[in-house]
Design a protein around this ligand. Sequence first.
Ligand code: TYD
Ligand code: MG
Length: 415
Amino acid sequence: MIEEKGTGRSHASIPVAVPKPISEVEIGEMPRIVTGEQELDRLMGGGIMRGSIVLVAGDPGIGKSTLMTELGRYLDPLTILYVSGEESARQVKLRAERLGAATDNVLLLAETNAPAILDAIEDSLPDVVVIDSIQTLYDPDVSSAPGSVSQIRENAAALMQLTKRMNAATFLVGHVTRSGSIAGPRVLEHLVDTVLYFEGDRNHGYRILRAVKNRFGSTNEIGVFEMTGAGLKQVLNPSEIFLSERQSGIAGSCVVCAVEGSRPLLVEVQALVSKTSYGVPQRTSAGFDPKRLQLLLAVLEKREGLAMGGHDVFLNIAGGVRIEEPAADLGIAAAIASSLYDVPADKYGVLIGEVGLGGEIRGVSRLETRLKECAKLGFERVIVPSKSLQGFVLPSNIEIIGVQTVSEVLELLLA
Ligand code: TYD
Ligand code: MG
């Protein structure tokens, strides 16, 4: 709140911001716009917050424009202004028609001039604005080229002020770039309220949208979508989908349970360990932090005596998901050992636990939620950290094996 206050000081005519007790701060009405698309709503913390600015980032061709176009249908009858700096209005319309999102509530503007876009927003009073993409915007008053860091920052800041003033919500689409010529969306992360990153590789049908930052919801929440001929379709049972191609009796395959955001997710991890034929052993990891993989290999080598030094290790998380939670450690270590010894590990169902540097298994949070998901998907046995088996009633329909060290697990698996 800015108030005039005559303090008698030399700058008295400048409006002075006056602090006030927190109890007197008015929250006002900040309703969320519910899209009705469960995956998206959960990801955003229960809907799109009015007055907020959301960055939607990802590799080119991953589905950002598709999702933004579909917003038109989800939000009908609220007004959405779709500003396209990359495609012509005709191209956007063709896509919208194909997606069944060419509804009357959608206004299209093919423009890159930032001041003109701000004017258009003020004139058309939309509930939601989409800027596709922020890297194409150009303000002639900023001396640098479109796509440069200063253009991106200035334009995003202007959009943010306007969004808050109008109590609308703005989505900024940003391409992740590898070459240095166009500034990536990272320069905006601190400015915006919510950052959604598209994950998953383009060769897979699944697209994971992860909230890496959210001022109005939990972070690391993920939404799972499938890219189909008719746009992005939400996947409400991701664990089932990620496990659907799993074969039993294969060495090197284990199921882990990671809590991403508020939801437990069961996924298959696959390891392939083969003798290094020459030179330095290779370590390749898809969907899991390569440094964490190195650490698990070192624990297996040093604490468990597995000869990892002479083996190449390839690790893959099925379905193109990224697993960031340490609770997947144990399953990954087990998959590696299973492949090394060529012994299938699937009689133990799901493995849950963080691996410590001493080869100990550390507790995980929200074990109850994880166990429920395992039981729901029909698993009969799980291996979990014994430390975490307190404070809740164990489900009766699943056999729970509590463990304290990686050695114990390897003994069970390789027996
Ligand atoms: P797009 O949303 O244009 O990607 P981005 O804006 O992130 O660069 O999506 C591009 C890809 O999605 C493109 O290869 C075609 C595919 N696609 C479908 O498979 N189905 C569809 O209904 C649409 C609209 C796109
Ligand atoms: Mg696009």
